[in-house]
Design a protein around this ligand. Structure first.
Ligand code: ADP
Ligand code: ZN
Ligand code: ZN
Length: 739
């Protein structure tokens, strides 16, 4: 009987292995077969050129459909132990089936790159410094020749007899590195290798919960060993994070781990700080801005149970965990949980599936829950918890709509907003102005002939960026020097229309010359750590007016901000995408939530050209729940999610005919199959027809029944093989946008 190794090959970066799935190999020549366990990595020769690739061993079997003369031997075994449990692989397999992506593309998204590249991994034990037994009861002040720094370190360690990591000590005394060695030579402290079981948990005092918070903590803590999906629907500042902390505390006391997802890297830092204040260490962070070795260590620490709390962005949902106790998805409505390229998965949905498989609770938290989650909560599929009041002493901000039609033209700041800013400045309080576009102005137009500056690669206008004096495409990065003359009619009367953060910054400087204005968008925060220093400046009160994009909308606390201005509330109202109004409402409420979080009450001024729009009215005059109710009714009438299920087949080619032709053929082949309960819409050209030089088209599939849709896709997709060379396609299950 031959021994056949079934493996999954890791695609290299940016390589997309659409049709490949499992591959079979013989064991490396002369291998001790004992060493072959599913879950280890193997180096294998791949393709005609026998290029060396890294692969994962999935199964050991006796048969293969590969003819003997084509069967190659693997080259080398890379691991002594499996990288993950079989459960974890089952999850990966499930995701590959649900999203209809090849298993190769899924593993590529799931593992940290050092693992995919075949780097060897060593598990580093956690080292902690402790006071030696012979010194623990000595009055340290009387130790001979002790320096103040040495004394401080010893005092700290005395408070933590179970020891502290070097990192924690350095976070208190940044110059302690060498002193630790000195103290060790003196025999006063020792480094000890720490294993989780005997590692005590350090938990700092928590806040006294209000009754709404307490109800959530109690309910969830009674169900720590079952799948208990909850929607924590709590207004900004209502104390959701405190609820997470107290539930996690209970999970940790039971010896289990917690995985916390946040939408953005900037927010992990803020979350990390609050978690560290509570749980001291035991926390690791996983996101793409951490250097690779550190990320791998964090991944391993999570897998091996050395880290008890894992905080991360989207891809952290794939972290293998030794003893999972709970999932938290903060700001669950956020779009960044959905990966929009390569493997298009939703981290929120994966977290739900993981929680269900592991039989643990999951908390989806938000001040503005997605309509999908709200619907599930209304249907009773999720436990619906609400925190209607702000925690502590802060109160709700008040909303004021300003009708921009009554303003003089060419004004971006209404008179009302301007006078509110004035008042706020005299009171020495901070102001936040939100506009969802970076740059100076989104349109450069010739008033003589109507020419508009457009991207050569995309079906989109170029945005003028004053700081660099260039026109930039926000979709592909194309840039050119700004025109001074119309390239079409040579006229020099070019105009900048519309507003971006830079223009508002300019306007503010003009109207309020004494005010300190700070702009926050992806241009001003590009450098590493610049967001941190911006946040510090804001908190120290070195800023009067903040102007920013949605970067400002999310999660941050600005206790001294009492006025929020939303400069163009309308972008979501008439957008063709079925989720546009939902996203607009979420953004508005999130931005508004930044105001008056501490003792000072807040005011929100919303500028709009459509003050009578029903969705905007229900949002402003009532609340998010009223808006959601209305929006859900609309979705039901139009038969869109969450009332139906969608899959979007996207195609792109170097010309539109080819993209459309591919989709027409795909539709024809679909119609040969059983399409009961499946609706096919299109194909149509994508709303943004051309992007990065590709022409785009799409075919929408819709069904009332998820199972039928998936069954259909399983039969249909294999027929799309043999796509013409210049055409690419991708499938998006549960698309977040049809753009
Ligand atoms: P959210 O995550 O819902 O925005 P947070 O948990 O950040 O809310 O809480 C907002 C503020 O209220 C924080 O400063 C927090 O310390 C405080 N807070 C939360 N819960 C309580 C409580 N029970 N008593 C007093 N203050 C609280
Ligand atoms: Zn012109
Ligand atoms: Zn472009």
């Amino acid at each position: 009987m031959p021994i056949i190794l079934q493996v999954v090959i890791f695609p290299s970066d940016n390589e997309y292995l659409n049709y490949l799935s499992y591959s079979d190999y013989l064991p490396p020549i002369g291998t001790d077969l004992e060493r072959l366990k599913p879950g280890i990595r193997l180096k294998v020769p791949f393709g005609k050129t026998n290029k060396e690739k890294i692969s994962l061993l999935i199964a050991i079997k006796q048969e293969t459909s590969v003819p003997p003369e084509k069967l190659k031997a693997a080259l080398e075994i890379l691991d002594s132990y499996p990288l993950f449990s079989s459960d974890h692989f089952e999850l990966i397999r499930w995701a590959s089936q649900y999203y209809h992506y090849s298993i190769n593309n899924v593993v590529s998204a799931v593992f940290p790159s050092p693992i995919k590249k075949g780097d060897s991994i060593t598990n580093q034990a956690i080292i902690k410094w402790k006071i030696t037994a012979s010194h623990v009861n000595l009055p340290i002040e009387y130790l001979p020749n002790i320096t103040p720094l040495q004394l401080n370190i010893l005092r700290l360690l005395k408070e933590y007899p179970q020891g502290l990591t070097k990192k924690t000590i350095l976070s208190q005394f940044s110059t302690a590195q060498r002193t630790l060695t000195v103290l060790q030579t003196k025999g006063w402290i020792i480094p000890v290798e720490q294993n989780l079981p005997d590692k005590p948990i350090i938990i700092n005092p928590s806040l006294q919960l209000n009754s709404a918070q307490q109800a959530v903590v109690t309910q969830v803590c009674q169900r720590l060993t079952q799948f208990y999906p909850c929607l924590l629907d709590g207004i900004t500042g209502s104390g959701k994070t405190e609820v997470y902390l107290q539930i996690i505390q209970q999970v940790l006391l039971e010896g289990k781990q917690a995985l916390v997802l946040v939408p953005e890297i900037n927010l992990t830092l803020q979350m990390l700080e609050r978690f560290q204040q509570r749980f001291v260490d035991d926390i690791v962070v996983l996101h793409s801005n951490i250097n690779k070795p550190e990320r791998l260590q964090a991944w391993l620490a999570a897998r091996d149970g050395h880290a008890r709390v894992i905080i991360g962005t989207r891809s952290a949902v794939w972290t293998p965990l030794q003893n999972l106790g709970i999932f938290i998805v903060d700001e669950e409505h956020d779009l960044s949980y959905k990966q929009q390229d390569n493997f298009r998965y939703s981290a929120r949905d994966i977290a739900l599936v993981r929680a269900q498989r592991a039989k643990v609770p999951i908390i989806l938290g938000s001040a503005t829950p997605s309509l999908d989650s709200l619907y599930h909560a209304y249907q009773g599929r999720y436990q619906h918890f609400t925190l209607p009041e702000r925690a502590g002493t802060a109160v709700h901000p008040t909303f004021h709509l300003v009708n921009m039609r009554q303003q003089s033209a060419h004004r971006y700041l209404s008179q009302q907003l301007q006078s509110e800013i004035e008042t706020c400045l005299t009171k020495k309080q901070q102001i936040l102005l939100f506009i969802n576009r970076r740059g100076y102005a989104p349109t450069l137009i010739c008033f003589n002939c109507g020419w508009v500056a457009q991207c050569i690669q995309c079906d989109s206008n170029l945005t003028y960026h004053a700081a660099v004096q260039q026109l930039l495409c926000h979709h592909c990065g194309y840039r050119v020097k700004v025109y001074t003359q119309c390239p079409h009619c040579q006229h020099t009367k070019l105009h900048l229309m519309g507003q971006g953060t830079e223009r508002i910054e300019d306007e503010l400087k003009h109207y309020f010359p004494q005010a300190r204005v700070l702009r926050i968008d992806s241009d001003s925060t590009r450098k590493r750590k610049s967001m941190e220093s911006i946040l510090t400046q804001i908190h120290q009160g070195n800023v009067d007016i903040l102007v920013g994009t949605q970067m400002l909308a999310k999660g941050h606390h600005f206790p001294n901000v009492t006025l929020v201005g939303i400069l163009n509330a309308d972008s979501g109202l008439f957008n063709i995408d079925f989720r546009a109004s939902e996203h607009m409402a979420q953004l508005l409420i999130q931005v508004a939530g930044r105001a008056g979080r501490a003792e000072l009450s807040g005011k929100v001024v919303v500028q709009t050209y459509f003050p009578q729009h029903p969705l905007l009215e229900s949002l402003i005059n009532q609340n998010y729940a009223a808006f959601a109710q209305r929006a859900l009714e609309e979705r039901q009438q139009t038969n869109f999610p969450p009332f139906t299920r969608l899959a979007l087949l996207r195609a792109r080619a170097k010309n539109m005919e080819n993209a459309m032709e591919f989709l027409h053929k795909a539709k024809l082949s679909a119609q040969q199959l059983d399409t009961t309960d499946i609706q096919l819409w299109g194909p149509v050209q994508a709303p943004m027809e051309k992007r990065e030089g590709w022409y785009r088209a799409q075919l929408l599939l819709q069904s009332n029944q998820r199972n039928k849709l998936h069954l259909f896709l399983t039969r249909w997709l294999p027929q799309l093989k043999g796509t013409p060379k210049d055409t690419r396609w991708s499938l998006d299950i549960d698309p977040q946008s049809l753009l």
